[in-house]
Every structure is written in C-alpha cells, then in structure tokens.
Design a protein around this ligand. Structure first.
Ligand code: PMP
Length: 439
C-alpha cells in the first residue's frame, strides 16, 4: 500500500465515523478503490468476491453499464429538482412500476431518502390516518400506538427505533425517550416447518387487549433480518393480515430488505398472498446505486389523510423524488426482468442449499439455512468481528458477520464458482478458534 492510501486510512480512522463503530477504538476499515460485477477491489491490491451486496442493496453487480448509462442520461437533463410543485418523468415512471408490481391495492406512492425514513413515513401515515378519521376533536383519537413482534428491525431513526426489538434492535440506550410500542413474541415456526396456529396466540391476545389504541401493526415479511436472519412461516404473516382486519388496525409491511426478489418472490408478502395497507421499500430499489425509498399505501389511507384536518400529508424531504435515484431505480427494475430474476434467484438458492446447509453439521454451528438469495450460518458463539473480517479478506471474500451470524446475500449475477468461494471461506473460518469469542 503506498503512502497516499495509508494517509487516507489514517484520516478515516481519526475523523470519519463508520456505522455502529467506536470513534476511539474503531474496527479497521478497508479502503475500496473500485467495484465491478461481484468484485470489490481494495486499494491494497486484493480483489474480493462480494457476499454482502453492500448491505443487501446491490442486485445486478457494481458498475453496471445499463445503470451507469441511466445515471449519465438523467444527469444531462437534471440531477434533481424540488418535488414541491414540480414533477418529472423518472419519478412518474418509477411510481407507475411500483404500483403495478407490488401487491394489489397499493396505489399511492410517497418517495423518500432512506429505508428508515420510509418507515417514519409509514408510521406517520398510520397515525395521521386515524387522526383524520377519528380526531376532528383531537382527544377522540385513541389509536396512537404501534404493535410489532420481537426480533424486528426497522431502522435507526426515532420512530423506527421504537418498533425495533428492544434488545437485539441495538437501540436500548434510547429506551427512555422512545415512543412506547407493544411487542408480541417473535414468530417461532420456521419457513419450512409444519404450521401450528398456536404461534400467533400471544399476538392475537395483544390485538384483542389493545386494538382500541393501535394505529398499526408493523412487521418484516417472512425474514427477520437484523434480528437474526430468521425465516418464519408464511401462515404467520397471513394470520397477521387477518388480525389487522378483524381488529381494524393498519398493516405496515417493511419490505426494505426483502423486496425485489431476495426471498424468491418479487415481494415477500407474496409467500402469504397478502396485501398490506402500507408497504416500505428501499435498499434494492436503485439496484444499490443511490439511496432512495418508497412508502406505498392504499387509496383509502391517502384519501382519509387528505380529507383530514391538515388537508395534506405532513412530510416532504428536500431530496424527495431525486431524479438520479429514480432514473437508476427504473433501470434496475427493467434489468430484473431482462435478466429473468426468478431464474437467477433459483440458481443461487439451489447452489446455497447444496453448499451452505451442510455446514449445519459443523460443531461450531447451531443452524444453517437458505431462502432465496439469503444464506445464514448461525454459530453457537459470537464472532470476533475484526479477526474474522481480516481472515475473510485474506481468503478473497467480503463477508461481514454480526453477533453469532455469518450470512451471505450476494448480487443476483453471482455464479456458482463464486458462491463456492464464499462458502469455502465460511467453512475455513469455522475451523479457526481466533475468529470466535468465548461467550
Ligand atoms: N427496515 C429493514 C427491514 C432494514 O433491514 C433496514 C436496514 N438494514 C431498514 C429498515 C433501514 O433502512 P436504511 O438503513 O436505508 O435507513
């Protein structure tokens, strides 16, 4: 590594805050020079096979000619114009696609900047809906609380934090200032297990007890990601929809991590054949190019809010409907279909079933599971992040585990040989004591 790189890394270490990282003793960061296809090229010379899709977001690989061209073309027209009083074709085309592709009934689209913000918007929509419906006189509106399940994760902003798992959601420190939500136990019946209706008994009891206070129920469909890569039974999600209907509670589905094919369906809701009242999308929306999120809702919600006291929905980010982000999102969605995403996902899923699930037999492993393009190895001990990360880089792969989980969620364009390299690297570190903590 030449001096320039070490200087950059030095500055980074001393001044640049990274996600969930201490500023006084930060975990090492690796300097990236460029990325192409499924490869991340480090400034130090190594080329790594990407197993993370940059936190689930990259679908078609890095530096994709079609996505690059969409950005260039849009930038020659305009990169951004305010969305208040102005609109543009890239945003309109994108919203048309989202309405067409998402489950039936989601006809209104609110664009925003990031996944967490789209969750804030969803929660605000639900609260404003009941406020508009019941609260000509504000004191009449009792539906001001959210219900969710444990092990959930919905983002890092304040309202989103209030519906993250109080323990695994990483936000316990703020507990005193967070809105109080109700938490049901996490789903326990796994995706492929025999369904048992008793799994939703505690949830049903909370609906029964608190429905008069509940504005909405929020859940990640089928996959609880940050809460442990838990794949739960579609019947659970179906039951959630029924309970929301029975008790007149809005259903918010957070598809930020699962949307656009990740679980083997275009949207994970499809496993349960349900339509939520509100849906959040993010991450893969732009194929991992730029931050953009969307909150979709029903006609009924939009009309009720619009006819309410405020006469409008009370939200409007500066970069709402950013033209570059919308243009690249349109191109990414087109690529999904041009590339036959279902075929891509099923090739990855079958390869991971054959390669990764046998790791369940390793003495250090509690469970190894696969759904769509998601492969997770749940270990008995927590990983030593700095050591395991260094070993993965030495082994030529980019995999960033957390807690007891080593997981991969590669770009859809990955080939079998590259998947073998990812899984071999996981198998190698499982044999290395230094990569794990004794907890
Ligand atoms: N919801 C889910 C299910 C997520 O996985 C994430 C991000 N990991 C978020 C919300 C927050 O999205 P963002 O990081 O873009 O704010």
């Amino acid at each position: 590594m030449n001096k320039k790189y070490t200087d950059l890394l030095d500055f980074d270490k001393n001044h640049v805050w990274h996600p969930y990282t201490s500023m006084s003793s930060p975990l090492p960061s690796y300097l990236v020079d460029s990325a192409e296809g499924v490869h991340i090229k480090l400034a130090s010379g190594e080329t790594l096979i990407d197993g993370m899709s940059s936190w689930w977001s990259v679908l078609h690989g890095y530096n994709h000619p079609k996505l690059n061209a969409a950005l260039v073309e849009q930038s020659t027209k305009m990169s951004h114009v305010m969305f208040g009083g102005l609109t543009h074709q890239s945003a309109i085309d994108l919203c048309e696609k989202l309405i067409r592709l998402t489950p039936q009934g989601l006809d209104k689209v609110f664009l925003s900047d990031s996944g967490s913000v789209s969750v804030e918007v969803a929660m605000k929509m639900a609260l404003q809906y009941w406020q508009s419906k019941e609260g000509q006189n504000k004191s009449n509106n009792s539906k001001t609380k959210l219900l969710t399940v444990r092990n959930g994760y919905h983002g890092d902003t304040f309202a989103a934090m209030s519906v993250c798992d109080p323990v695994t959601g990483m936000h316990q420190i703020f507990e005193q200032v967070l809105m109080k939500s109700y938490f049901a136990p996490a789903p326990t019946i796994e995706f492929n297990q025999a369904w048992q209706p008793k799994d939703t008994e505690a949830l049903a009891a909370l609906f029964e007890q608190h429905h008069n206070e509940l504005a909405a129920f929020i859940i990640e469909p089928i996959v609880q990601g940050t809460g442990g890569m838990r794949f739960y039974h579609p019947q659970y999600l179906k039951a959630c929809r029924k309970l929301c209907d029975q008790y007149d509670v809005l259903m918010i589905v957070d598809e930020i991590a699962t949307g656009f094919g990740r679980t083997g369906k275009l949207f994970a809701c499809e496993w349960a054949e349900i339509s939520p009242d509100i849906m959040c999308l993010g991450k893969t929306l732009t194929g991992g190019y730029i931050t953009l999120a969307a909150t979709l809702c029903t006609e009924e919600i939009a009309t009720t809010i619009s006819n309410g006291e405020a006469g409008c929905f009370m939200h409007g980010p500066t970069f709402m409907g950013n033209a570059l982000a919308c243009a690249v999102a349109n191109a990414s969605i087109e690529l999904l279909f041009e590339n036959n995403w279902q075929q891509q996902v099923s090739v990855i899923e079958q390869a991971l079933q054959g390669l990764l699930t046998p790791l369940a037999r390793h003495e250090r492993v509690k469970d190894a599971r696969v759904l769509g393009t998601i492969g997770a190895v749940e270990c008995l001990n927590s990983v030593n992040v700095a050591t395991i990360q260094k070993r993965f880089v030495e082994l030529g792969v980019w995999i960033r585990p957390f807690g007891k989980l080593i997981y991969i969620i590669p770009p859809l364009i990955i080939n079998t040989e590259q998947l073998v390299s990812l899984v071999n690297a996981i198998a190698t570190v499982l044999d290395e004591d230094a990569c794990f903590l004794i907890d």
